[in-house]
Design a protein around this ligand. Structure first.
Ligand code: GYE
Length: 333
């Protein structure tokens, strides 16, 4: 019968048409199917491996990245590593598998990234470091590093103390709350501070320990410091959150933060600025978390194969009680 004869022929025709359509779709893109389309019709996809949610700084940074991605029309795959390097490595591998156009991440610690960064490079996916650095000697493993100069931040903290205690004839006992062990901001903020206070032999760090950049870590370590050192003059905390936790420990020990023990922190998030305005913190070095807009801009450029500077440094200032009061009403984070 006619119908039984024409059916196979029809099927062949349909199949041929489908193949032609698939070929047209592949050819129409103009690429070899391996490279990400940049600036074309497709939105740019970015895999972002965040450190965690350990501090007010981090929360502000995450919001900035998410809002800027939405505003720039970038499709964001966001992953929170809960401060664990192995989670970040897993996230990066999954971004490679999904063939995102760009990978951006804030490395929780400096070392141990070469293997996974090599995998991204082999897959032809450009990588942008944001906020924190890696210690890889092969700088071709990433396109650029956007973030603060943490050594400079440590120097600013030390400089304030040098001026504050100028003319001191007695030893000034300093305790230090370090950020996450092995992270770029912890290593560099310690270095910049130590190098600066070395100019005055009276300034001595009598204890230094990590509080992992968290409020609870700061409180616990400060409790231990207060027990073993009854004579603390100054606290230098690598971020506001640890400083705020330490303030709770200082008050619980019956001392007055900002008066009995002078406090220097880094970040200048709202809660820190409020404590500064209230006189509980004495000096804050700003570290800007609003990296989202610059990150999206750099991502579009690297995906389009454009040259970008190897290092983009964030501009920052410092605050004392008076300038904190003036800045607080319009502070964004
Ligand atoms: O200072 C701290 C956060 O990497 C600059 O990480 C960032 C630091 C920031 O947890 O609050």
């Amino acid at each position: 019968m006619r119908t039984t004869k024409t059916l196979p022929a029809l099927r062949k025709l349909i199949a041929a048409g489908a193949v032609a359509l698939v070929l047209a779709a592949c050819g129409g893109g103009g690429g070899d199917g391996g490279e990400a389309p940049a600036g074309g019709g497709e939105p740019l996809t970015m895999g972002f491996a965040q450190v965690g949610a350990e501090s007010g700084w981090r929360t502000a940074n995450t919001t900035s990245v998410q809002e800027s991605a939405a505003a720039a029309g970038v499709e964001l795959q966001f992953s929170d590593a809960q401060q664990k390097q192995e989670n970040q490595i897993k996230a990066i591998r999954s971004f490679i598998q999904q063939r995102v156009d760009v990978i951006a991440f804030s490395p929780v610690v400096e070392s141990g990234w070469d293997t996974v960064l090599m995998e991204a490079k082999r897959a032809n996916i450009p990588v942008i470091l944001t906020d924190r650095a890696v210690d890889s000697t092969d700088t071709t493993l990433y396109k650029t590093f956007l973030g603060s100069d943490f050594i400079e931040e440590g120097r600013k903290a030390g400089q304030w103390l040098l001026e504050e205690s100028a003319g001191a004839t007695e030893p000034v006992n300093i305790v230090e709350l370090q950020g996450t062990t092995g992270s770029a901001p912890a290593i560099d903020r310690q270095e910049g501070f130590a190098e600066t206070i070395a100019q005055d032999p009276n300034l001595t760090v009598i204890a230094s320990q990590t509080g992992d950049f968290t409020r609870s870590g700061g409180r616990q370590v400060m409790e231990a410091f207060l027990k073993s050192h009854p004579d603390i003059d100054v606290l230098y905390a690598h971020n506001d959150d640890m400083g705020l936790g330490a303030i709770e420990a200082i008050e619980a020990a019956g001392k007055v933060p900002g008066t009995d023990i002078k406090i220097i922190t880094v970040d200048a998030v709202k809660d820190g600025m409020q404590a500064l305005a209230d006189g509980k913190i004495n000096f804050i070095v700003e570290c800007n978390p609003l990296l989202g807009p610059q990150l999206m801009d750099l991502a579009k450029k690297v995906a389009a194969g454009e040259e970008v500077p190897a290092r983009v440094v964030t501009e920052e200032t410092t605050f004392d009680g008076e300038s904190a009061k003036a800045a607080l009403p319009t502070r964004q984070y």
